[in-house]
Ligand binder design. Structure first.
Ligand SMILES: Nc1ncnc2c1ncn2[C@@H]1O[C@H](COP(=O)(O)OP(=O)(O)OP(=O)(O)O)[C@@H](O)[C@H]1O
Length: 344
């Protein structure tokens, strides 16, 4: 896993009035904070000259032309938080795919807090300055804007491509927290935005055999802490005592995510409405209401696609391969329809 606990690996170095932070042999200036999580702060940083180039990795995975990166600082206060960050580092190092956020550098250090020593982790990533999918959807919602059908499918397809790498790994991994808040976007000049799946702190081997009530309750408790409730699969809300759990928990979250890319809101939160109610019961019923959406509305085939993934009976829920094949079909149909329209 290669975590370093040396206090020399990442440390603040206050030079000429600006706070610099070292991550291993590389030196960065913090430009601004761009995000915040439970126990984490994410900063936009710029790489500075004066690192120790001789010791830089010979074949770095990624070098930003403008020297800009995202640096996540995690405050570690408990053994559980340390496990989580180590899991994030471990899982990130397993995969290498354009739709999975790469971890470029990491270090875990001990620093003197108020009286006691605490640990901090520093994780360096490419920066996606257009933020998360949820940031974009929230903004669009206030303006009553919607992604066009083809863009919905292009974004969704990339999330699925990233997830397929995890689901087909040996052993298969589940992400366990697929949601628009864990997808970063880069709109760039391309027609279709680039989407990458991030946050591997909850990822774990996908296959779990439950053979007792206590195993089921332990998984249920774990899911309550790690899988965001509006996107959580029914079998993780109420784990059967005897069941084979697999990556199809993520497919449920993908169904919720596709709905959210279309309408800017998660399906069961929307279905419960302002009156609120039990997300668990709503998810277990699998029944969703549909917002009015764009005009003209999205094709029925897209809503049917969501319903196919929001199948409470796991055995009938598609796999990631099924989902990707279906996207291909929908995109091909859209392209044919648009060609036919142009010919009329
Ligand atoms: N590479 C990046 N580029 C741009 N913004 C980022 C990047 N990584 C993280 N962020 C921003 O920082 C926020 C928090 O990051 P992240 O989700 O990794 O933290 P977390 O502690 O795991 O959060 P949570 O408690 O929600 O799980 C993100 O929602 C996003 O807005």
């Amino acid at each position: 896993m290669g975590c370093s606990f040396s206090g020399l690996n990442a440390l603040y170095d206050v030079v000429s009035g600006g706070a610099d932070v070292w991550v291993n042999e590389r030196r960065f200036k913090i430009l601004k904070q761009i995000g915040e999580g439970g126990f984490a702060f994410v900063y936009l940083v710029k790489e500075q000259q004066g690192g120790h180039p001789a010791k830089l990795p010979k074949h770095p995975k990624y070098i930003a032309d403008d020297g800009l990166y995202a640096l996540k600082k995690v405050i570690i206060q408990t053994d559980e938080q340390l496990d989580l960050v180590q899991q994030e580092i471990h899982v990130s190092s397993l995969f290498n795919h354009p739709n999975l956020l790469p971890l470029l550098e990491h270090s875990i250090i001990s620093v003197k807090g108020e009286g006691a020593w605490i640990q901090e982790a520093y994780l360096l990533f490419p920066v996606y300055e257009d933020g998360t999918l949820v940031d974009n959807l929230n903004l669009m919602r206030t303006k009553k804007e919607y992604f066009p059908t083809l863009t919905v499918l292009q974004i969704f397809k990339q999330i699925c491509e990233g997830l397929k790498v995890m689901h087909t790994f040996d052993p298969p991994y589940a992400h366990n927290d697929v949601k628009p808040g864990n997808v970063l976007l880069s709109k760039g000049k391309e027609q279709s935005p680039l989407a990458v799946l991030m946050d591997f702190g909850s990822a774990a081997p996908a296959r779990k055999q439950l053979r007792s009530r206590s195993e089921a309750l332990a998984l249920q408790e774990w899911a309550a802490q790690h899988c965001s409730a509006p996107y959580r699969a029914p079998e993780l809300w109420d784990c059967p005592s005897v069941a084979d759990i697999d990556g199809r928990t993520d497919i449920w979250s993908l169904g919720c995510t596709l709905y959210a890319i279309m309408y800017g809101v998660s399906p069961f939160e929307y279905t419960l409405g302002e009156a609120g109610g039990s997300l668990q019961l709503a998810a277990m019923s699998g029944q969703v209401k549909w917002p009015s959406g764009p005009s003209p509305p999205y094709p029925d085939s897209l809503q049917k696609f969501v319903i196919w993934m929001l199948e409470p009976r796991v055995a009938l829920r598609p796999s990631i391969e099924d989902v990707l094949l279906h996207i291909e079909k929908l995109v091909a149909r859209l392209e044919t329809d648009s060609m036919n329209r142009n010919l009329l």
